[in-house]
Design a protein around this ligand. Sequence first.
Ligand code: EAX
Length: 323
Amino acid sequence: MQLTRIAAGLVLGLGMACAAMAQTTMKISISTAQNSHQGIAIDTFAKEVEKRTSGRYKVQTFYNGALGGERESIEAVQLGTQELAFSSSGPIPNFVPETKILDVPFLFRDKAHARAVLDGPIGQDLLAKFDAKGFKALAWAENGFRHMTNSKRDIKAPEDLKGLKMRTMENPVHIAAYKGFGIITTPMAFPEVFTALQQGTVDGQENPLSVIISAKFDQVQKHLSLTGHVYSPAIFVMNKASFDKLSAADKQAFVDAAKEGTKANRARVDEDDAKGVADLRAKGVTVIDSLDKTKFVNALTTVNAQFEKDFGKANLDKIRAVQ
Ligand code: EAX
């Protein structure tokens, strides 16, 4: 009797230990290197999820497009073959069209403005739009203000862009705008960009300093212009069904972990922006840092009129008015 009770106790104890150890592993991916503003975002997220769920959830991190480009990873998250992804806004409007408005050129004054919009009611309402498309959008993060690089010439004025063949993201708003500049647009997934630049399939590309540096584009691009023509948000997305399976406390843990990831990510973008130009100059890149931005804005007058029609001037003004 005594022995049976001890044995039963042992079995129970063992069972409880197993339950406590039961671990669910999930995957998250980025298209840039681990040593980048996106790498630090997902590394921080993974660490925080593990900590905040006492190790019951583990997040495996994949870099450099190891699981595919951004569009492919968003697709995988929607299908549920991959639980999580961190992506720039590039391919996002193809899944959640309401987010297109964020990709309008020269919409945000600076990073503080963009962050205030994303963290405020406008950004939070947009996060909620992902639900109906099979996603849980955990938090906005940042890719940064995009600048143009190329292998042909210094871009000092919008006329210099005419006839330049540039890789763009698979983003309809960007493509329309760059066509407005007279650029020959070539949409392409990020993992293919370095080779395309190297082989001269395209003359140039545009990305934030954080991406230009971490992707080592200085090895294949000698001209950089700080056009800051568009702000590029990034986002933590999760498969909706995977999120819905979590307990209320774990849901909060995932959301909070993403917010921590965003903090680390934005701090790194600030760091890259502060030292990026000097770094790239030291590597032999010619950097044009004194552009007359109004000329670039004016070159997009026709395109902007179309955007005002498509997205509603009132909606754009609402974003512009955020302090
Ligand atoms: O997310 O595709 C792009 O140019 C993105 O900015 C890059 O992959 C970082």
